[in-house]
Design a protein around this ligand. Structure first.
Ligand SMILES: [Zn+2]
Length: 390
């Protein structure tokens, strides 16, 4: 009861500005943060189970958290997002501090804008919206199908339709591109997010990802990527920030992309772990290996498809499998969204469904183009983010 009261207090006092907003600094660690704020490390870290301890390693520099303090300056509650779905909640109850992971609930809006190209698409979007993230998702999703270097003309049109999350009236998390159009020498090029969560061009051809191949051939996926999942037995919120591939012990593991080995050794619950750094801030991780291949060590460059180790069950693992992670600037991404063996061409029923979706998007894009829809953020106080009570 006390807890619920506190949670309500938290939400209702939000606008009376008794809540401090703070930014997680570069290089800050959870333990140092606790000590700095005179929060007890035993209940808030050492007594947590391994999974919760690992969650505290997921806090990224630059995220904004909230602290509710009493008038005496004592911390009553703290919220700290781990990703766009899960957050750490620290609260005081009966003179002791407690830790839990709880869902984030946000307002999600579909936004769109049209603009005339003034320079590169990257520069144009930055200039019109002030959002580096919007420029990033546009360029990243077109990069394998179009070459912006040659055919960009100023005065050509660009339209973006995307999903944006808001938490506590602030833009929150990476936007998700739904559809986009860019004119190059007056020819229109499109990209669409299909129901299968992959991007296709106007012909229904999948837009190729940059990393290739499953890291283990012919392996079955036993656990998918999820930023939050309710554990029915442990009765708590967890995250699985990778894909589990089940395979026989000793099955070779391939580098999903070319890059530099930045870790090749044991690492806690990961067991034998290899990390590869790729271009553009991407990193892949391969955990629970039986053994790391000889000659794979820190600093070594590997090529896409090269064997780096063998499936095992080292670390915290219940049976032989590869736990595979993809990160960008240390943030976990769903590998299945990015890593693909070959590009897919939609056929039959799937193609028909895609064409229907495409038609709707085309009509919307045409409308934005005609109206020259201006970029606009959600106005203040429209969306109130609240804490979900379990
Ligand atoms: Zn796993």
């Amino acid at each position: 009861m006390i807890r619920i009261f506190l949670l309500l207090l938290f939400t209702t006092t939000m606008f009376a500005s008794q809540v401090e907003r703070f930014r997680w600094k570069d290089g800050e660690t959870y333990l140092v943060f606790l000590e700095k704020n005179r929060l007890p490390v035993v209940p808030l870290y050492y007594n947590l189970d391994k999974d919760d301890q690992r969650l505290t390693e997921e806090i990224r520099a630059g995220v904004h958290g909230q602290i509710l303090k009493s008038t005496e300056g004592e911390i009553l509650q703290m919220l700290l997002p781990l990703n766009d779905q899960l957050q750490i909640h620290i609260y005081k109850e009966n003179d002791t501090y407690r830790f839990e992971a709880i869902p984030i609930i946000c307002t999600t809006k579909i936004e769109a804008f049209a603009t005339k190209i003034v320079s590169s698409p990257n520069y144009t979007i930055m200039k019109k919206t002030g959002s580096r993230k919007l420029a990033q998702i546009f360029v990243a999703n077109f990069r394998n199908s179009l070459n912006f270097k040659n055919d960009i003309r100023t005065g050509d049109n660009l339209v973006m339709i995307y999903e944006q999350k808001y938490r506590l009236n602030q833009v929150f998390s990476m936007p998700i591109l739904h559809a986009a159009m860019i004119e190059m020498r007056h020819k229109k090029h499109y990209i669409y997010l299909n129901d299968d969560k992959r991007y296709y061009d106007e012909r229904g051809h999948e837009v190729e990802g940059f990393l290739l191949a499953r890291p283990v051939r012919g392996a079955r996926i036993s656990s998918y990527f999820t930023k939050r999942r309710w554990h029915p037995i442990l009765h708590k919120w967890k995250a699985h920030l990778g894909i589990d591939y089940v395979a026989r012990r000793g099955t070779p593991i391939y580098a999903a992309g070319s890059g530099t080995i930045v870790w090749a050794a044991r690492m806690g619950t990961y067991g034998n772990l290899v990390k590869i750094r790729h271009t553009d801030g991407y990193e892949t991780r391969y955990a629970h290996m039986k053994s790391i291949r000889r000659g794979i060590y820190r600093g070594k460059h590997v090529k896409k498809g090269q064997i780096i180790g063998y499936v095992g069950t080292t670390g915290r693992s219940t049976g032989p499998h590869l736990h595979f992670e993809l990160r960008k600037h240390s943030r976990a991404l769903n590998p299945l969204r990015v890593v693909q063996v070959t590009t897919k061409k939609l056929k039959g029923k799937q193609y028909k469904a895609f064409i229907k979706l495409k038609k709707d998007y085309d009509a919307t894009i045409a409308l934005h183009l005609q109206n020259q829809t201006k970029f606009k953020r959600m106005s203040k106080f429209e969306g109130i983010c609240y804490i979900h009570l379990m």
